[in-house]
Design a protein around this ligand. Structure first.
Ligand SMILES: [Zn+2]
Length: 148
C-alpha cells in the first residue's frame, strides 16, 4: 500500500484518539489492517512509485499537521507516525541494507499483503479522497463545526 494512504489514515486516527500514545499504537495497528485489505503492489515498478509516494506522503504529513488545530497536533502527528512506522523497513533496506525490525516481523508483514499490480488507480483514488476527508476531519469538531 502506498504510504500516503497510511498517512491520512493515521491523521484521522490521531484526531479522534484520546492522546498521543494511543494514537501511535492505533496508527501502528491501522497499518497492518490496511495492508490486509486488497491494494496495489508491483515489485517491478516499486521504486519508481515509492520515491514519489514517499515525497507526497511527507508533504501530506506537513500539510495535515499545518491544518490541524494546536490542541490536536501531537495526537495527529503520533497517529501518522505510527501508521507509517511499520514501513520503515523499506527505506532502511534501500539505504542501509537492513531492516530495523526483527526478521520474523518483516516476514509476517510481507505475508499479510494482498497486493495486485492492477490496483494502482484504486490506490490513487483512495489516497485523494482520503486526504480530502482527513483535511475535513482535522478542521472540524465531532459535531461537525469548523474549528480551523
Ligand atoms: Zn506495510
Amino acid at each position: 500500500m502506498i504510504i500516503t494512504n497510511h498517512v491520512w489514515t493515521g491523521a484521522v486516527i490521531g484526531a479522534v484518539a484520546p492522546g498521543p500514545v494511543s494514537a501511535l499504537a492505533a496508527g501502528v495497528a491501522s497499518h497492518f489492517a490496511l495492508d490486509r485489505t486488497p491494494h496495489w503492489g508491483d515489485d517491478s515498478i516499486f521504486l519508481q512509485v515509492a520515491v514519489p509516494d514517499g515525497l507526497v506522503g511527507l508533504t501530506a504529513m506537513g500539510l495535515l499537521a499545518r491544518v490541524t488545530p494546536a490542541h490536536r497536533r501531537a495526537r495527529v502527528l503520533a497517529g501518522m507516525l505510527g501508521a507509517c512506522l511499520p514501513d520503515a523497513d523499506k527505506p532502511s533496506n534501500l539505504f542501509f541494507g537492513r531492516s530495523p525490525f526483527p526478521a520474523a516481523l518483516d516476514e509476517w508483514h510481507v505475508s499479510i499483503q494482498r497486493e495486485d499490480a492492477g490496483r494502482l488507480p484504486q490506490e490513487l483514488l483512495v489516497a485523494t479522497v482520503g486526504l480530502l476527508a482527513a483535511r475535513w476531519v482535522l478542521r472540524h469538531d465531532r459535531a461537525g463545526r469548523r474549528i480551523r
